[in-house]
Structure formats: structure tokens, C-alpha cells
Design a protein around this ligand. Sequence first.
Ligand code: RB5
Length: 148
Amino acid sequence: MADGRRIAIGADHAGFPLKEHLRSLLEERGLAVQDVGTSDESSCDYPDFAHAVASRVERGDADLGLLVCGTGIGMAITANRHAPGVRAAVCSEPFSARMAREHNDANVLCLGQRVVGMGLAGAILDAFLDAEFEGGRHRRRVDKIDEP
Ligand code: RB5
């Protein structure tokens, strides 16, 4: 059954090949993919794409985001500037990806192409997409994130 959710995706040069691979997986699952770039492996700056994806999630133009760079770290740091609407998590294995959704209501998944292979990245993405926020006590805690 088609998923139907809208997902904005972006990568820098260090994440471009993995982004292309994951876009195919997303389309196979039936998600509506909004690709903000980059479009080749020419050197570019990860914040440009992190801001573009996070802005779409922040505005409600996308339900989820996927960002890929060398490590995922720069993407996550940048995307998390879009608070309170964006909660970005770097994940290197499926368990963390599931928990990021179930407990943290993460809505942007960040991956490092220099950290995970294509197969593992696909499993991480599936875990993220298959999980749902559990709410309850986790809702209270997520609400406190923006109350320093
Ligand atoms: C690019 O060399 C690299 O720094 C970038 O892709 C990312 O890993 C930053 O967090």
C-alpha cells in the first residue's frame, strides 16, 4: 500500500550517491519525494540543503525530511536550528532510527554516507518510516525540549 507521506530530501556532494539510492527506495514505498538537491558530486555546502529541507518540514510543506552528508552531523546541527518544528536525528543503525520516531518524534533523518553503506542506510530508513511516535510521557518530554 502506498505510504502517501511527503518527504523532502537533500544532500551535499558527500551524500549525493546515497541520496539518489534512497530516493528510489522512497518512491518504491510510495512516498511523495521533494528533492532539493544537490544534483551531482561537485563540492557544495551542506547547510544550504539542510536549511532547504528543514524549512519545508517547518512550514508543513513536507511531513518528513531526509538529509545525507559525509557524516550526517552537519546536516543535523543545521536542521535543528529550525526549532521547534524540526527534530533531526543522526542514525547509524535501525534501532536508533526507530527510537528517534517512537520516543523523540524526530521528523528529519540524517545519514552519513561515509559511515553507513547503502544496504544499512536502507534498513535505517525503513525503520524510521515504519515507526510512529508513541506520545504519552514522550509527548511531555518532547514539549520540554523547547523550554530551556
Ligand atoms: C564534506 O566534506 C563533509 O564535511 C560534510 O559532508 C559533512 O560530513 C559535514 O558534517
